[in-house]
Ligand binder design. Structure first.
Ligand SMILES: *Cc1c(COP(=O)(O)O)cnc(C)c1O
Length: 482
């Protein structure tokens, strides 16, 4: 670019094309070659400081120079969460159609806050929301929802809504119930909206990591006796640790009986409704008042898109509508939804577009098949591990998550040694950068956890990672015995 300040922030047509095509080539190359790269990037703060810290650039730099720097120094220093051997946390398999759809949404900078700014964007959010309502057995006419940045924001939006509907403005005596396996974003949301620690009831889980119904009922009864106001149960439909689904039907019964708000956090497991096995496990999900799902997880969308579904769309508008004078002219009529009235954000990117375009391009059938494949893959992995005398299953394959540990039966190793060995296996795998396989803690044991929601992960990928684990495990046994 020129030396004089480019204060129009504009490029020529040729410059834009050249720059844009280069970026597309990089992205396509990434989709094509990522499986041959290592999924893990490791770098310390010192290393990143020395690579990236610089003064505010007062003068211009040629566009291609900045792009090359980013492609060479920034992008490679991030984990590849869509890599077939990225097993940890919740992978982000993504898909190319949605990546391009996000490019369109950003390229045209479509304002997805109000109807008047983009009737088609609002309509597509309504249309895709209706698809989701139908998928989850929510009423499509009365029901509603909103796309958010992710599951955390969806849970927060749900909680604000639940509190207003059930408690009004005084929530000083309100109490809320969730299991010790519920996702941390729920606790965060509870704190953000101003509940005190004494208002939160963490219910222990049973051997299968499901919320204990008996304890739940007892604590609710005790709180009532103490004059408190139980108002909401948060159930997990697929815990992040083990994929466990709380007993949704039974919790729905308790909520109906006790007049409590029923929120389901299905950010991880909700998408499994598209598979036969998942549908069976998620029975009762349709009885929630509000449901979080997270398309940027198991619906294969790139970050960021989360979603909150509610039984009655009026709950959202009555909670979040403000009528400032500067938005008077664009209010429109009631059927023309302004999504800024359904949640916290005013200015919103056009998130519905990627969900719409990818679903329409691949077809729901492909999504069903992908999710079924993922669930099967975890079950195959379980079979593989059970056949070996080196491995022990801690939590069986559930909604594509499996937890296990290296524990050769012949060795009879004490718990603290097993913890150390499994922690070290994970450390060494990650240090090799060949697979992202982290640990979690279940019932006091350090275990390895695989979350297999990438439809491009194969059983061969898993076998090769397990062999690598066995090699590290064996080396540690030898070192210990010498
Ligand atoms: C990931 C996750 C969340 C948080 O969602 P984000 O999109 O990361 O904000 C909430 N609940 C569960 C069960 C999750 O797995």
């Amino acid at each position: 670019m020129k030396d004089t300040p480019n204060y129009k922030l504009a490029l020529s047509k040729e410059e834009m094309q050249d720059y844009g095509y280069k970026i597309i080539d990089h992205i396509v190359d990434h989709f094509e070659t990522q499986k041959h790269k290592n999924p893990v990037a490791l770098a310390s703060r010192e290393e990143m400081d020395s690579l990236l810290t610089e003064r505010i650039p007062e003068q211009s730099t040629p566009a291609n120079e900045v792009l090359d720097f980013v492609m060479n120094q920034v992008i490679p220093n991030s984990n590849i969460v869509s890599h077939p051997k990225s097993y940890s946390f919740v992978p982000g398999p993504s898909n190319y159609i949605s990546a391009m759809a996000d490019t369109i949404a950003t390229g045209f900078n479509i304002f997805s806050g109000g109807w008047a700014a983009s009737p088609a964007a609002a309509e597509l959010e309504i249309v895709t929301m209706n698809w989701l309502l139908e998928i989850f057995g929510f009423p499509t006419k009365k029901g509603g929802g909103i796309f958010t940045s992710g599951g955390s924001m969806a849970n927060l939006t749900a909680l604000v809504t639940a509190r207003r509907i059930k408690c009004g403005s005084d929530f000083s005596k309100a109490t809320i119930y969730l299991s010790d396996q519920a996702h941390s974003s729920n606790i965060k949301a509870i704190k953000v909206v101003g509940f005190k620690k004494e208002q939160i009831r963490i219910i222990p889980t049973d051997m299968e990591f499901k919320i204990s119904l008996n304890k739940l009922k007892n604590i609710i009864a005790r709180d009532r006796l103490e004059g408190l106001q139980p108002f909401c149960i948060i159930a997990s439909a697929g815990t992040t640790n083990t994929g466990t689904v709380d007993p949704l039907d039974e919790i729905a019964d308790i909520c109906a009986h006790e007049n409590l708000w029923f929120h389901i956090d299905g950010a991880y497991g909700g998408a499994a409704i598209l598979a036969k096995d998942g549908q069976h496990l998620l029975k009762g999900i349709e009885r929630a008042d509000s449901l979080t799902v997270d398309p940027h997880k198991w619906f294969f969308q790139p970050y960021e898109i989360g979603c909150l579904l509610v039984k009655d769309h009026n709950w959202l508008s009555s909670t979040f509508s403000e009528k400032p004078e500067y938005l008077r002219d664009i209010e429109g009529n009631e059927s023309e939804i302004n999504f800024y009235d359904h949640g916290i954000q005013l200015t919103r990117r056009f998130r519905a577009l990627k969900f719409y375009m990818s679903l329409k391009t691949f077809g729901l059938e492909s999504f069903r098949k992908a999710i079924t494949y993922n669930i099967d893959l975890a079950e195959q992995t379980e079979t593989l591990l059970r056949k070996s005398a080196l491995w022990e299953i801690t939590s069986p394959a559930t909604l594509a998550i499996i937890n296990f540990r290296y524990n050769p039966i012949s060795q009879n190793l004490p718990e603290e040694i097993l913890d150390r060995i499994n922690q070290n296996i994970s450390k060494e795998i990650i240090a090799s950068k060949e697979a992202l396989l982290a640990t979690t803690v279940l019932q006091g044991q350090i275990v390895l956890r695989m979350c297999l929601i990438n439809p491009r992960t194969t059983i061969e990928d898993i076998k090769s990672t397990l062999e690598q684990c066995e090699m590290y495990g064996e080396a540690q046994l030898l070192a210990k015995n010498n």
